[in-house]
Write a protein of this length. Structure first.
Length: 422
């Protein structure tokens, strides 16, 4: 028997592995969040994925009948058959969660970590940045970020935008109701930031930099729904603070506007958390419209598709950072992809203040999962954890959907003629 065969799960041959069930557990009770999808098999092993934060479990359930009976080791073939049912942002969540679970299962079947299925690793640990909720006072925000540094984080992010200006006169110009609307895209709101508003935000960032210094990267996000012209004016003013990147200043769809922004400012610009599949990253790369691509594996296509995005970005000279605001399952999927991608830089985490409880959602890995600002790349099979922690998950079930991996048999026979060609 070869070494590889010796690692194979011998309950039956991997070629005989079949998906027998899909179930979902909604863990969206403060302080935790995760919409965890589980695929069961005829060999008694299960694989796990995570539907994107803010998504619907229906995005996963509608795919159940299309994957029952399939061999989960055929990751790419199954992904190609279901990717037509995903779309940008949260609507990609079901397809992506299934891809994560397939990679988890294939790794368990063959006894190898998921990064090995993606081509091997470039690094043993993954740098994390901590997103920190805003406070209105820049000095206080600086102290909050300094506390993050003192706890071991080596890359920081905060929000800087028009939300900090709403109660300050003469800082914003806006048509009626636009400041209270979140569903109008940036170019169409007519919101403009004044010179006074720009000065207030610059003072805010200056206070933060005074507290944390200039030896640690600090990225900024959530500027508000302002047009590209205001973004350029604000970006030029903030360039003096040597920030790591300006994130999602405008919607990702407007590639020409991203190119205008990138050419106008001296700070890297970043987008991508809502882009589904590699194709729509292509125009941003081809036009050199961004310096940092920021996919979320729960929207971008899962591990293998995001690895392809990383390779495309590398050819264009673009660095990779990953968005992540879900359970440790989604974080670990991102960790394996990051390990396998040469141009990867840093992984987001939104659960720093709940890191111990958050880490305990899965078993078999260190608690806290992030230590000294890094996640160690697991060497266990699949995503690397041994199982979910039922006690922790049950304690944080969504009160509106409190079932724990309840039966989904009603979705077993859902059928349609899905072929996209005649």
């Amino acid at each position: 028997m070869t070494d590889v065969e010796g690692n194979v799960n011998t309950n039956s041959r991997p070629s005989e592995l079949r998906i027998t069930d899909m179930r979902i557990c909604d863990v969206r009770s403060d302080p935790l969040r995760g919409l965890i999808l589980r695929l069961d098999t005829n060999q008694g092993i299960s694989g796990y994925g995570d539907i994107r934060d803010g998504g619907s479990k229906t995005y996963g359930l509608l795919l159940k009948s299309r994957i029952l009976g399939e061999n989960p080791c055929d990751v790419d073939r199954i992904f190609r058959s279901i990717k037509q049912f995903g779309h940008h942002a949260r609507q990609g969540g079901g397809v992506c969660a299934i891809e994560m679970a397939l990679m988890d299962l294939a790794g368990k079947a063959y006894g190898v970590p998921a990064y090995q299925l993606a081509g091997g690793k470039f690094r043993d640990k993954i740098l994390c940045y901590c997103d920190t909720p805003s406070v209105s006072d820049g000095r206080q925000m600086g102290q909050r970020l300094k506390e993050r540094m003192d706890s071991g984080y080596k890359f920081l992010k905060m929000d800087v935008g028009i939300g900090l200006l709403r109660d300050i006169p003469d800082t914003l110009i806006a048509p009626p109701q636009m400041l209270s609307s979140s569903n109008v895209m940036h170019p169409f709101t007519g919101i403009q930031i004044t010179n006074k508003g720009i000065d207030v935000l610059c003072e805010y960032v200056a206070h933060v930099r005074d507290a944390i210094g200039y030896e640690i990267p600090l990225a900024v996000d959530h500027f508000g729904h302002i047009g590209v012209e205001s973004c350029i004016r604000l970006g030029k003013a903030l360039d003096q603070f040597a920030l790591a990147w300006y994130e999602d200043m405008i919607p990702w769809q407007f590639v020409d506007e991203w190119k205008r922004l990138a050419d106008a400012v001296d700070t890297p610009v970043c987008t991508g958390e809502d882009i589904y599949l590699k194709e729509d990253f292509g125009a941003l790369f081809e036009q050199r419209a961004i310096a940092v691509a920021h996919p979320d594996l729960a929207s971008s296509g899962g591990i293998l598709e995001t690895k392809k995005i990383c390779d495309m970005a590398q050819e264009a000279g673009v660095a990779m950072a990953f968005h992540m605001a879900m359970s440790p399952i989604a974080a670990l999927a991102a960790v394996h992809c990051a390990a396998a991608s040469e141009n990867f830089m840093v992984l987001e985490n939104h659960s720093v203040d709940e890191i111990d409880t958050w880490s305990q959602m899965v078993e078999g890995l260190p608690v806290p999962l992030i230590q000294d600002g890094y996640i160690q790349v697991p060497e266990g099979p699949g995503l690397g954890f041994t199982d979910v922690n039922e006690e922790v998950l049950r304690a944080h079930l969504n009160p509106k959907d409190p079932g724990y991996f309840e039966s989904t048999d009603d979705w077993n026979d859902e059928h349609a003629h899905d072929r996209l060609w005649s």
